[in-house]
Design a protein around this ligand. Structure first.
Ligand code: GLA
Length: 378
């Protein structure tokens, strides 16, 4: 499977954890369609851990828990497909999954065939209980090869949390995305931690294999499996903006059957999604600006059509005046050019009159621009 832009969809883990069943998945597929999520690019519906029985069957195959999925996984896949969505499932490179269900270690080919026979389009592959002797690159390489030979186009979503220098070998395995962070929780501190874990890994993100900063917590408000203190809407908007800007897969983690208007607005911002899905998938670069502390992050990124994306992210709990100089984005005075900037949440237009751009940001807030390179008139 070759995936040219970051995968988008929904995953059951953040809100539902072990509490999953056929009814939930059917209702989620219905809700995704009702809310217009596929038109915005959200195409995969992924069932995470805890879907199987604790034992394989007599022919060594994984078995869906009949109490949760009484009609089996093929029926679930068929329903999801009937809604125009793609269907994802979960397994693990270890003997057991993280929640203690059978993993795919030494069953890679039979499991890939099973997933293919059910109509699975996406496999998230975790790293719990893995062999202490066989390195991650071999374990993921095996499953990558099994998927590429299972007779169905299945997107391989690696989930080794960046452990064992995953970035050095993940592109050898056939994975289209790889978890470059630890697990997300529904707190602001968790968002900050994951953003910081990402900094050294930006050079490894790009077309075909995407750094996955973990599923989104937008709209969880502290409820559900990874729900702790929760965040406010400003924080969710900034969280979504950073994930989109940095080119992470966008996997919704809230209950899409019950989203409020703000949650929908955040998750469906077309301009932010357009930056996330920019065909060039270029590496972002940091702007130094004027230092406002380690928690104020300023990034720019070249887009495929010659525009720049500029993201000003205030992760701190204080107001700040975010600034950068046009020199930093490649437009010193000698070029005779400046930027015409449109903020993507408010639609506000801004032209840089002298060579410094300045924007006041409230605590936790952000501003994200699409900027056109234009002739300087004064
Ligand atoms: C790990 C992964 C999570 C989730 C759980 C399921 O912690 O990182 O995203 O899949 O396992 O048990």
């Amino acid at each position: 499977m070759v995936k040219l832009t970051p995968p988008m969809g929904w995953n059951s883990w953040n809100t539902f954890g072990n509490n999953i069943n056929e009814q939930l998945i059917f209702e989620t597929a219905d809700a995704m369609v009702k809310e217009g999520l596929p038109e915005k690019g959200y195409e995969y519906l992924v069932v995470d851990d805890c879907w199987s029985l604790r034992e394989r069957d007599a022919s060594d195959r994984l078995v869906a828990d009949p109490a949760k999925f009484p009609h089996g996984m093929k029926a679930v896949a068929d329903y999801v497909h009937s809604k125009g969505l793609k269907f994802g499932m979960y397994s693990c490179a270890g003997n057991l999954t993280c929640a203690g269900y059978p993993g795919s270690f030494e069953h890679e080919f039979i499991d890939a065939e099973t997933f293919a026979s059910w109509g699975v389009d996406f496999l998230k592959y975790d790293y719990c209980y893995h062999s202490p002797i066989i390195a991650g690159k071999y374990l993921y390489g095996r499953m990558g090869l099994a998927l590429d030979n299972c007779g169905r186009d299945i997107l391989f979503s690696a989930c080794s949390w960046g452990a064992d220098e995953t970035h050095e070998w993940i592109k050898t395995t056939g994975a289209s995305m790889w978890r470059s962070t630890g697990d997300i929780f529904d707190t602001w501190q968790s968002v900050k931690d994951l953003v910081k874990q990402q900094e050294r890994l930006h050079p490894f993100n790009g077309v075909g294999c995407f750094n996955d900063m973990d599923m989104l917590i937008v709209g969880m408000y502290g409820k559900g499996n990874v729900g702790l203190a929760g965040c406010n809407d400003t924080q969710y908007r900034t969280h979504f903006s950073i994930w989109a800007f940095l080119g992470s897969p966008l996997m919704i983690g809230c209950d899409v059957r019950n989203m409020n208007d703000m949650t929908k607005k955040i998750l469906t911002n077309e301009e932010l999604i357009r930056i996330n899905q920019d065909p060039a998938c270029r590496q972002p670069f940091k702007l130094t600006g004027i230092w406002c502390g380690d928690d104020v992050l300023l990034y720019a990124k070249h887009l495929a059509d010659g525009d720049l994306a500029i993201g000003l992210f205030n992760l701190s709990d204080q107001k700040c005046a975010a600034r950068f100089n046009l020199d930093e984005v490649g437009l010193p005075h000698s070029t005779g050019r400046t930027l015409k900037m449109t903020e993507l949440w408010t639609g506000e237009e801004a032209t840089v009159v002298n060579s410094t751009f300045c924007k006041d940001l409230d605590a936790y807030d952000c501003a994200v621009y699409r900027a056109k390179v234009v002739e300087r008139t004064r």
